[in-house]
Design a protein around this ligand. Structure first.
Ligand SMILES: *[C@@H]1O[C@H](CO)[C@@H](O)[C@H](O)[C@H]1NC(C)=O
Ligand SMILES: *[C@@H]1O[C@H](CO)[C@@H](O)[C@H](O)[C@H]1NC(C)=O
Length: 442
């Protein structure tokens, strides 16, 4: 009997540690001021369809949306299997008081919808290195599993803060410099420094912000990023992935739906206009079940061929830059013109069961044959490529002729030199199309 019990405990310990891979999305609670529990429930259902396990609830100190938002979110998550944890933001409005952090974790940490790791309530931060000492008593009071983002000091220094109080680390490092493609050098430095402690890897599709009221106005290269970064997840194999973000409209890296009543950031941040309006990113979620399946299970089935397409609506030199820089000195970077870090091109990723015979992109009726920058080794999986604007404007059509038939997508946004308020929109329009039914495994 005793032997059996011990074996079961060892076995469950072993299983726990080999199956912990999980995918989270960063959620800005500040944008939820107009949400009801049914809005939250809708968000959770969309996230679950995309194989996201939990939202990291980002909260700045004293934000008026915090208390009701968190209460409604936990109420809506009950019984759905979707989970939540806190990401305390120490940069937005200053440092959190230790007692407030303890109170949130005491109230919600044992809620059935709170994400647990190793039987402990999981918790993260955005920055807060100067408050590292607070976590001695926070951990003692709440028994939390603590995975902060302390990127400002780097992995090695973060691991030394408060005698190594962090149980793992999150690196807020999801975008490449200049016109380069993203690589895994930062991820690798974290994994090495962590020496077996869990790493949380950031994955993001885009970054453009023009909110001078918050001192932010820059663009990072997101051209091939959504494709590249998920491939990098498969090579790094982190314990956790956090998608940046579900609903940060002001930084243009949302993958959740556009919601009227959630756009206050454009007003308070003094944006030249709402550059997320009519710029849906939902189609970036369409390939997630496949990508998450490869990451979590090591294999993914394809039952239908799919196409996701993204492009900026304005050629890079068509209008005024809006003061937007490519990269940002505020992030310690050399600055470029924004049009020098991104390409004027239509980008596409297709989930296919076999090699396609062709891909073509037509802009304003001018058709160009496309190429594939990336092809899956087995022939089954995600194919990715792009076609330059080549000076064309007008309606965008992308057509892939795959083994299971034609997949064609017509863009809702034309490419135009007629920019809103005369200022470039550096955000991406994202759309998708559905192809034939197939039965294949990658
Ligand atoms: C809620 O909606 C109103 C009306 O659209 C808007 O003025 C307000 O800024 C919204 N609040 C948030 C937090 O987005
Ligand atoms: C885009 O993907 C969504 C989610 O899979 C699907 O419901 C929708 O029909 C797709 N759109 C098109 C035009 O195929």
């Amino acid at each position: 009997m005793l032997l059996l019990a011990v074996s079961a405990a060892v076995l469950s310990f072993f299983i726990h540690h080999t199956s912990a891979k999980a995918v989270f999305a960063h959620f800005m609670v500040t944008n939820s001021g107009n949400y009801t529990t049914s809005t939250w429930a809708d968000e959770f259902a969309l996230a679950q369809t995309a194989r996201i396990d939990a939202f990291a609830l980002n909260m700045g100190v004293g934000d008026s949306a915090n208390e009701q938002g968190v209460a409604d979110a936990f109420a809506a998550a009950a019984g759905t299997g979707f989970q939540l944890f806190f990401s305390f933001d120490y940069a937005a409005n200053g440092a959190w008081a230790e007692s407030d952090v303890i109170q949130y974790l005491t109230t919600y940490g044992s809620n059935s919808a709170h994400y647990q790791y190793d039987g402990k309530p999981f918790v993260s931060t955005f920055e807060g290195t100067e408050n590292a000492d607070d976590w001695t008593s926070i951990k003692a009071s709440t028994n939390c599993f603590f995975v902060p983002d302390w990127s400002s000091v780097g992995a090695a220094a973060a691991l030394e803060l408060n005698g190594g109080i962090a149980d793992g680390l999150f690196a807020w490092s999801a975008w490449p410099s200049g016109d380069l493609s993203m690589d895994t050098s930062t991820d690798t430095s974290y994994v090495d420094a962590l020496a077996g402690k869990p790493y949380m890897m950031a994955v993001s599709p885009w970054f453009f912000t023009n909110l001078p009221g918050y001192g932010k106005n820059w663009l990072w290269n997101g051209d091939d990023l959504w494709y590249d970064r998920w491939k990098e997840v498969l090579s790094v194999e982190p314990e956790f992935v956090e998608i940046l973000t579900w609903n940060d409209y002001g930084e243009s890296h949302y993958i959740g739906p556009l919601r009227e009543g959630a756009f206050a950031a454009f007003y308070y941040g003094g944006a030249p206009y709402n550059y997320a309006a009519d710029m849906p990113h939902d189609a970036w979620r369409v390939t997630l079940p496949f990508s998450v399946g490869l990451y979590v299970d090591g294999t993914s089935a394809i039952s239908q061929e799919l196409l996701t397409v993204w492009y900026r609506p304005n050629p890079g030199s068509a209008c005024a830059t809006g003061g937007t820089t490519g990269n940002s000195a505020s992030q310690g970077q050399e600055e470029f013109q924004p049009y020098d870090v991104v390409e004027d091109a239509v980008f596409y990723s297709a989930l296919l069961a076999s090699a396609p015979s062709s891909v073509s992109v037509s802009i304003g009726g001018v058709s160009q044959a496309g190429t594939w920058r990336n092809v899956p080794d087995s022939g089954v999986g995600l194919y990715h490529g792009s076609v330059p604007f080549n000076g064309n404007t007008g309606e965008v059509m992308v057509t892939v002729i795959g083994g299971a038939g034609t997949i064609a997508m017509a863009g809702d946004q034309d490419i135009t030199t007629d920019c809103t308020n005369g200022v470039e929109n550096w955000n991406a329009w994202v759309g998708n199309a559905t192809g034939g039914l197939v039965s294949a495994t990658a």
